[in-house]
Design a protein around this ligand. Structure first.
Ligand code: GLN
Length: 479
């Protein structure tokens, strides 16, 4: 499908003058056109990408090209890119253009990456199937009757279908890892605070994190070292130095792994996913990576805690969409109150409204202690428990999702069933830990599924290296 397995051989070919960025961009543009029915892109910057490719070809020829020269990247439609539209797949931001670039976007551009377009997603990143987009669902490239996962469904589908080299997504409770699992690609959510969220449209600020969707570990590592690190525009970003992740992808170390009984033995886990998971654990044991089980008594609390806290934060973040300073303003509103009420009623989709109402309720007087405060306490318990497990063990290993991609429309009438798709991805988001979904399994229904590894806070280097080892050992289809 793709002509290069990763950026490094592509760059070598660029330097060897065998090929050009222009050819590469043309190739992707024609693939995007051929795969329009996937609805992965909301907008493609064809002419701009070609112009940029030409300029970067010249830089390569003169030896002045940046680290990601010619890498073709898609941005999830909630990441700002100066002078380009950004809508978070919502009607409320229809026509709105970014007035600055996110720090991540700026850093990619400074290293001569090429941004080819913005990808479809669930409205304001709220969802697990991409069916909440105001611009229609995305189809799973491996089976068009199924969803690609969400909320970064367009990013995952674009990478899986070979429409770009890599994509950026955002992960609040699993929105990079779950679609990566459904589409058979690598989805990485770094530690909370590793990458600036300046210019990422906020959903739930104590969870939101930018991350990568790639076909391999090399590309994830390269992008990580470009976009991570301190930023004066985001006070939540750590000033810890950023390692050269791509130079440390090989590891000979033996790691201690822990898995959680309640997750593996959860009745909702597909038996083939469970079988593959056990097989990998067994093989790893044989390769010198001991694993043990542990109990995770909070599995039933993970989804409620997330939905109380994330909706509370969203209800407060979304007060900015009031039809006043930007975004949609209702045409028939006359008074100030009507502007706010009508603009929001017309602009937001049903899932966003459901969450704003839920979030406002859990923050309201009389309920704050029972819901919001209680959820904060349980968040701490889950976080402490997870960090304690990682004190004694190098990595936590678990399936990314309980099942493979479901059919379009299958869960739309049942929000609880939809929320359950994130049962295994929320734990690390609650604890702010780096976590990755690796495409290590294939189901007899023809669909891929991911195995998830959670590492210690800021130990991305080790997590990426171990992931690379796992990809080399287990990623081949059918093993
Ligand atoms: N699917 C989860 C939700 O709907 C997670 C979303 C995300 O990570 N942005 O909230």
């Amino acid at each position: 499908m793709q002509r290069y397995t990763s950026y490094i051989p592509y760059r070598e070919a660029l330097e060897g003058k065998g090929i050009s960025c222009i050819e590469e961009v043309r190739y992707f543009l024609s693939r995007i056109e051929d795969h329009k029915n996937l609805n992965a892109f909301l907008e493609v910057y064809g002419a701009e990408a070609l112009e940029r490719a030409e300029a970067i070809d010249a830089k390569i020829a003169s030896g002045t090209a940046g680290k990601l020269a010619g890498m073709v990247i898609a941005l999830k439609d909630n990441i700002c890119h100066l002078g380009h539209k950004v809508s978070a797949s919502s009607k409320i931001l229809e026509g709105f253009e970014s007035i600055y670039s996110s720090t991540a976007t700026e850093r990619l551009l400074a290293e001569d990456a090429i941004i080819i377009g913005r990808t479809n997603c669930d409205e304001f990143a709220m969802g697990s199937s991409n069916e909440n987009s105001a611009y229609g669902p995305v189809l799973n490239p491996l089976d068009h009757s199924r969803v690609p996962g969400g909320s970064s469904g367009g990013s995952a589908a674009a990478v899986a279908a070979g429409l770009c080299h890599v994509a950026l997504g955002s992960d609040t409770g699993g929105s990079i890892r779950q679609p990566a699992s459904f589409c058979g690609v690598v989805g990485f959510r770094p530690t909370y605070g590793r990458i600036s969220r300046h210019g990422l449209l906020a959903f739930a600020s104590s969870f939101d994190q930018i991350g990568t969707v790639t076909n391999n570990m090399e590309d994830a590592a390269l992008i990580m070292e470009v976009i991570s690190g301190k930023d004066i525009y985001d006070a939540t970003v750590s000033s810890r130095p950023v390692p050269e992740y791509s130079k440390h992808l090989e590891t000979e170390e033996k790691y201690n792994l822990v898995y959680l009984d309640e997750c593996v033995n959860h009745p909702g886990v597909d038996p083939e996913i469970k079988a593959r998971f056990s097989e990998i654990l067994n093989d790893l044991q044989g390769l010198g990576h001991p694993n043990k089980n542990a109990s995770f008594p909070y599995l039933d609390q993970v989804i409620p805690v997330y939905y109380v806290l994330a909706t509370a934060e969203a209800s407060s973040n979304f007060s900015r969409y009031a039809g006043m300073t930007y975004g949609h303003r209702s045409k028939d509103a006359k008074t100030l109150e009507e502007i706010i009420v009508k603009s929001r009623s017309e602009g937001f989709g049903p899932e966003v409204k459901r969450r704003i109402m839920l979030g406002t309720f859990v923050l309201s007087e009389g309920y704050y202690d029972a819901y919001y405060n209680k959820a904060q306490k349980v968040r701490r318990l889950i976080s402490d428990h997870t960090n304690n497990l990682l004190k004694e063990n190098d990595f936590l290993i678990l399936p990314t999702a309980p099942a493979t991609a479901f059919a379009l429309g299958e869960n739309t009438a049942d929000p609880i069933a939809m929320y359950l798709a994130d049962i295994f991805t929320i734990q690390s988001a609650i604890a702010g830990l780096p976590s990755i979904s690796l495409p290590l399994g294939w189901h007899s229904n023809g669909m891929p599924f991911g195995i998830q590894i959670i590492g210690r806070s800021y130990e991305e280097e080790k997590l990426l290296a171990f992931s690379n080892y796992l990809m080399n050992k287990f990623a081949k289809r059918g093993k």
